[in-house]
Each structure stands twice: as C-alpha cells, then as structure tokens.
Design a protein. Sequence first.
Length: 195
Amino acid sequence: MTSDVVALWDAEAPSFDEAPDHGLRDPGVRAAWRALLLGVLPPAPADVADLGCGTGTLALLLADEGYEVDAVDLSPAMVDLARAKLAGSTAAVRLGDAADPGLATASVDVVLCRHVLWALPQPVEVLRRWVSALRPGGRLVLVEGSWATGAGLTAQRCAEIVSQVCSEVEVRPLPDPALWGRSVEDERYLLLARP
C-alpha cells in the first residue's frame, strides 16, 4: 500500500469508532454484529484472522466470545488504538497489509475482512493468499457493500470475484438498521465462502 493510503487511515483513526458500526458502542448494534458473526463462524475457540481490523472492534467482540484472533491493519494509528482496546484479551494485533498479511498456509479457520476487499488492487490474487491460509473446512467471511458514496463492490461483482477462488459462495444481504445504527438505502452484504 502507498504512504498516502496509510496517511488517510491514520487520519481517520481518532474518529473511526464514532460510526455506530465501527465502534459498536451502542449495545443494540454490538448485539446485532455478535449475532451476525456467531451465525457464520465455527464455534470458538477457532482461529480467526481479522484483516484490515481498524481499531479492533470486531477482534474484541470475537475475543470476548473465546475466539483466537490475529488482527492486522496497515495503519499504525489504527493498530495503536486496536492494541489499547484489546489489552488484556487473547487477541494479537499487528501492523501489516491485509492484501498480503503473512499468514502461514493452513494456519487459520476463518479469514474475516470487513470493508477492505473493494479497495484492494488484484483482488483475485489477494483472495488466493487468504484462502491458502485456511485450514480444511475453513471459511472466508467478507462484509462489503456498494455504498451511496459510489465506492465499494456490488454483491454480484464480489461473488464473481470470490467464485474464481472458492467453490461455495453465499451472499446474505445486510439491510437491518440494527447493524448500522440507522436505516440504509445502499447495498450492504455478508459473503460467506469456502474453497
């Protein structure tokens, strides 16, 4: 990633958790994300790689549920906030690029990535790296969208990309305002895939 991208996310870090779906500070929003993720993840204590973890909110939610979490982000400011948030938990937080996170082959049960794939160049190559890190029976869990800002990936396009690497691909729309802390008009979804 370029230094401009790192600088952008470093600048976003101090206010990042103000968005209801980023900080999960509202108990109802946190409960909605907990239910969503526990509904698609294998039982704890599975190993989860949270790539592009931001301030570590999902990593903390999963660590609190007994998962072993390896959280990675390219922004030093985000990593600092994630480390502070996850202090005392079993989660590990490290500085790294979600596109090439340095995961060993067959080392995790889940690769979780929220709002990152859409921004990565060469997504098929990235997905191959992620899928190679999955143990047999492992799963890829992506939360993505095609947002009102014009950024993102449609669910159809995301499924087409992931289908080049995975044989099982399921898209679940996420229109529920409880997840976002408000009603949404744009396309938001979870994509669950297995190699």
